[in-house]
Design a protein around this ligand. Structure first.
Ligand code: S3P
Length: 429
């Protein structure tokens, strides 16, 4: 199914529960593996990305039983992991390789981490440099910049560190290493990135405090297991939200969506564009806010300017937001989003290239892009660039044309949203 056809539709209707949150699923496996005792993870995301974390911890000696979306994890404690007998393949997952690098930095054995072609081109100096300062030995390809990484962990000193970019993966890697350090590790971000680690680690008993943009963790405390229920992934729901907005007369109800405010920047931006999205039944699940969303199409969308500290709160939603912008009235400008260049693909050039094939008028900047909205997009043959979110964004764009859009590399959706195309078809029927 690497080549999929998406037909333009006049109707888009239905109810869905999005797949479980990817970021929270990764963290549930990692933190449970480090706890002293058995924990259960319910509604775990069964997708390629999160399975990379599961396989990595199995290779490090954690006993994980999986029955569909429920995992039972026998944690080995902070110091109970064992050396893997082979290279650990992190697949396409930046979260797996970066967070595990933090854990392995505190473990006195040898590890080699690698991944697919995309992961092997993603920047790792952002974790290697601070982890090396804490006392780990890490070397990577191309002058310590890219995977494969070879790590020999050991005794770690605490770190006081100002991060050069907002990144939850870097922040979490350093906090995990901080669990092993003798003293207080303090990490400050330039803008707030997603805070799932800060919410979940204290539930395991970690001595973690948050003060504005600074997160501190006291090393040396053991973790106790907790049972976790993973909420639905806002970033997956986002494709159906935007689809509902760009297909006239659409009506979509999305249940059990994670509403962590460090993740829902897209709702504010779509609101500013004129979208009508209702939030209902706000509740809390495992320390994370959750709600149901109701969205109807047919509003005239207006262009917006996006930049600054809001960028991290919608970092994974830019590909699909660009689709909304391509159909809005006016020119949408996105700046300060240079991190998009180092995601699963270079998402600035990927989305610009693919939307241009559908007739969009786009200017690229080093840190973003501007998109002149048009009345309609044209069907085309497009490419996912091996990136799940580009594949899904282009599928949403395809729904709005009067023809058939072909998406090459469509199986990339299995990274975070297996079953995406089936649901899309059901909603368009
Ligand atoms: C993630 C953090 C973000 C995000 C990624 C998942 C996480 O990456 O883009 O999809 O789970 O911590 P950065 O930390 O590189 O911004």
């Amino acid at each position: 199914m690497d080549r999929i056809e998406v037909r333009g539709t006049k109707s888009f209707r239905g109810e869905l529960t999005p797949p479980p949150d990817k970021s929270i699923s990764h963290r549930a496996v990692i933190f449970s593996s480090l706890a002293d005792g058995t924990g259960v993870v319910r509604n775990f995301l069964r997708a390629k990305d999160t399975e990379s974390s599961m396989h990595a911890f199995r290779a490090l000696g954690t006993d994980i039983t999986d029955e569909q979306d429920t995992l039972v994890i026998k944690g080995r404690g902070l110091h109970g992991l064992s050396e893997a007998r082979d290279v650990i393949d992190c697949g396409n997952s930046g979260t797996t390789i970066r967070l595990i690098s933090g854990v392995l930095s505190g473990n006195p054995f040898f590890s080699v981490l690698t991944g697919d072609e995309s992961l092997r081109s993603r920047p790792m100096a952002r974790v290697i440099k601070p982890l090396t300062r804490m006392g780990a030995t890490i070397i990577g390809r191309d002058d310590n910049r890219y995977p494969p990484l070879a790590i020999r962990g050991g005794r770690l000193a605490p770190l006081s560190y100002e991060m050069p970019m907002a990144s939850a993966q870097v922040k979490s890697a350093l906090l995990l290493a901080g669990l092993y350090a003798d003293g207080l590790t303090e990490i400050t971000e330039p803008a707030r990135s997603r805070d799932h680690t800060e919410r979940m680690l204290p539930a395991f008993g970690a001595a973690l405090t948050v003060d504005g943009l600074k997160v501190s963790i006291q090393g040396g405390r053991p973790l106790t297991p907790v049972d976790i229920v993973v909420p639905g992934d806002f970033s997956s729901a986002a494709f159906f939200l935007v689809a509902a907005l760009v297909v006239p007369g659409a009506e979509v109800y999305i249940r059990n969506v994670g509403m962590n405010p460090t993740r829902t920047g897209l709702l504010d931006v779509l609101g500013a564009m004129g979208a009508r999205i209702k939030t209902e039944n706000v509740r809390e699940v495992s320390g994370e806010p959750v709600a149901d969303l109701y969205c109807t199409g047919g509003s005239e969308l207006r262009a917006v300017d996006i930049g600054g500290a809001t960028v991290p709160s919608l970092i994974d939603e830019f590909p699909v937001l660009c689709v909304a912008a391509a159909l809005a009235d006016g020119v949408t400008t996105i700046r300060g989003a240079e991190e998009l260049r180092v995601k699963e693909s270079d998402r600035i050039s990927a989305i610009a290239a693919e939307l241009r094939k559908m007739g969009a008028v786009i200017e690229e900047f080093p840190d973003g892009l501007s998109i002149r909205g048009a009345e309609a997009l044209l069907p085309a043959e497009v490419d996912s660039h091996g990136d799940h979110r580009i594949a899904m964004a282009m599928a949403v764009a395809g729904l709005t044309t009067q023809g058939v859009t072909v998406i090459n590399g469509a199986s990339a959706v299995d990274i975070s949203f297996p079953g995406f195309f089936g649901l899309l078809r059901k909603f368009s029927a």
